[in-house]
Ligand binder design. Structure first.
Ligand SMILES: [Zn+2]
Length: 117
């Protein structure tokens, strides 16, 4: 399997949620991969997609601040991401190395709020 950048053989992928992005990335070049190109079962793709779409629900984007229980919501999101990563590993264990990169935007907002005091 090749990375769509055309330069790399896809060997290692990273599961990471980001705004408006697909949840799977090439670990080598950082390219965002199309979920449809990754050989996963449709049900797991659906779950990954849902998970990616729920990224940032703990941020009030309009006010640009963390929601009251934002830290906990982010933790939950990361836990789901970890368990999905386990499933991705199961499906791709002979093909690719898979790692998980947790989201840490709550930290950034907390630091920002502290800095404002
Ligand atoms: Zn790549």
């Amino acid at each position: 399997m090749d990375c769509f950048c055309g330069l790399n053989q896809l060997e290692e992928i990273k599961i990471e949620a980001d705004m408006g992005a697909e949840p799977i990335w090439c670990q080598k070049c950082g390219a965002n991969l199309e979920l449809v190109d990754v050989p996963l079962s449709p049900s797991l793709k659906n779950k990954l997609n849902e998970w990616a779409l729920s990224y940032g629900k703990w941020i009030d984007w309009k006010e640009d601040k963390l929601k009251p229980n934002g830290m906990k919501m982010e933790d939950e999101h990361n836990k789901i991401g970890e368990s999905l990563t386990v499933k991705v590993k199961e499906e791709l264990q002979d093909v690719l190395n898979v790692s998980f990169s947790p989201t840490k935007i709550a930290d950034i907002y907390i630091k920002k709020a502290e800095g404002a005091n």
